[in-house]
Design a protein around this ligand. Structure first.
Ligand code: PMP
Length: 418
């Protein structure tokens, strides 16, 4: 159906004139071709948890150990004994699931405690829980922006879940982190809608850079726009006490809805939205994905401890930053380009999706497990190798990663991937 090496997932999303079984057949051939060329990274099966090292059985000849640069457990809470103990305590007390949505019986005392703790963490009035961060974003935007009298003005690099939320309404993108572009869009649409909402990420997962929140807030106020921010990757990592981008810019009360996930820094699963009491109550009764979907399991009570640990163990954040700096310094000294990254995600720019797969393969040969990010997750020319650094890593492991990149450099025969 297509020229394999140059095709992407996106080409199989919808094939005109064919039904979904036919799409699936073409897609299976695409995946076989891809794997036959040694590109194993996608949906690779791990034989161990999300620690700093992971077991993979790539060639079927037995598990081998790799430095894991694919997990977003930034502070190590997913494998923290105190977090695990709290989850186990509640699973034993309440069982493995709550078997009802929050609206019809599934709202337990630990859910309320978690809501209150999450709101207090961000110094806001109230919080609502969702089963994933993805759902938190989609549900919130869908509940708040409706009809043809609402418009979203979105940074072009927002997460897929936010894009899903705005699917049914009018939206205009502005250039990533470009305040002139944002102001142009605000000016063009000012006064024409009941609700104009700007949507940004705190930290953008692909360039791994930070939203200039102070400027965004200023422009939103100037043009009367509401503001939603997803800080999935900033929380725990940025700000003096780990509250993320909101703390970095001292903008505690300036964002209408802060959304986030419990699946990264907090080490579990689930999503949350914090904001003013009335608005959050509105979401609790209006967001379909909250009302008609089961509430988080009792294991989510582990988050009560995980949130406390952000304050109780600031040393984890310090260690994380020591690791990030060591890795970045090493990459830069070899001539690799980490772009505008300013978070725990350290991408290496390649700008070449086909080369990405090769580089991932060489890194695996060198004992380093990374992710390749290409189209359609990012535009083709923005392809990167993505590495997530965690507090559970140590300097010898960062050095192993750097040795992997030295091997890549030898294979490429050049300083720069591009
Ligand atoms: N927002 C951003 C910026 C993310 O990177 C992710 C995870 N890829 C999500 C939301 C979704 O979070 P979750 O995994 O909890 O669904």
């Amino acid at each position: 159906y297509l020229d394999f090496p140059n095709a992407s997932f996106k080409d199989y999303e919808y094939i005109p004139g064919q039904n979904f079984y036919q799409w699936a057949r073409h897609f299976a051939a695409y995946v076989d071709n891809w794997r036959s060329r040694g590109h194993w990274n996608y949906r690779q099966e791990c034989l161990s948890g999300c620690g700093s090292e992971v077991l993979l059985n790539l060639d079927g000849k037995g598990p081998k150990n790799y430095v894991a640069m694919v997990f977003s457990d930034y502070l190590g809470h997913a494998i923290h004994p105190k977090v695990i103990a709290k989850g186990v305590e509640y699973m034993q007390k309440y069982g493995m699931g709550v078997a009802a949505s929050p609206a019809i019986g599934g709202h337990m005392d630990f859910h309320r405690e978690l809501e209150e703790k999450t709101a207090a963490f961000f110094r806001r009035q109230a919080a609502i829980l969702f089963t994933t961060g993805y759902t938190a974003n989609t549900a919130t935007i869908m509940a708040l922006l409706k009809g043809d009298r609402a418009i979203a003005i979105v940074d072009a690099s927002i997460h897929a879940s936010m894009y899903e939320g705005i699917r049914g309404i009018k939206y205009v993108p502005f250039y990533h982190n470009n305040m002139e572009s944002l102001e142009r869009k605000l000016k063009e649409n000012c006064g024409r809608y009941d609700t104009m909402m700007v949507i940004v990420d705190g930290v953008y997962s692909q360039p791994a850079d930070i939203c200039p929140l102070k400027d965004v807030v200023f422009l939103c106020k100037k043009y009367g726009a509401k503001l939603a921010m997803d800080d999935a990757h900033g929380v725990g990592v940025l700000g003096e006490t780990g509250r993320g981008v909101i703390e970095l810019y001292d903008a505690w009360q300036d964002v209408d809805v802060i959304t986030g996930t419990f699946s990264k820094t907090f080490g579990h699963v689930g999503g949350y939205v914090v904001g003013d009491e009335e608005l959050i109550t509105y979401l609790k009764y209006q967001a379909g994905q909250h009302i008609f979907s089961v509430a988080p399991t009792p294991a989510a009570a582990c988050l009560l401890k995980s949130i406390d640990l952000i304050d109780e163990e600031p040393q984890n954040r310090l260690k994380l930053w020591v690791n990030i700096r060591h890795l970045k310094d090493g990459l830069h000294s070899m001539g690799f380009d980490t772009g505008t990254s300013a978070s725990a995600i350290v991408p290496v720019k390649t700008g070449n999706a086909a080369m990405n797969a090769e580089i991932c393969k060489w890194l695996l040969y060198a004992g380093v497990y990374t992710n390749q990010i290409g189209y359609p997750a990012v535009p083709k020319k923005h392809a990167v190798i993505r590495q997530s650094v965690m507090a559970t890593h140590d300097i010898p492991q960062m050095d192993r990663v750097l040795e992997g990149w030295a091997y890549v450099k030898k294979k490429l025969g050049t300083n720069n991937c591009k």
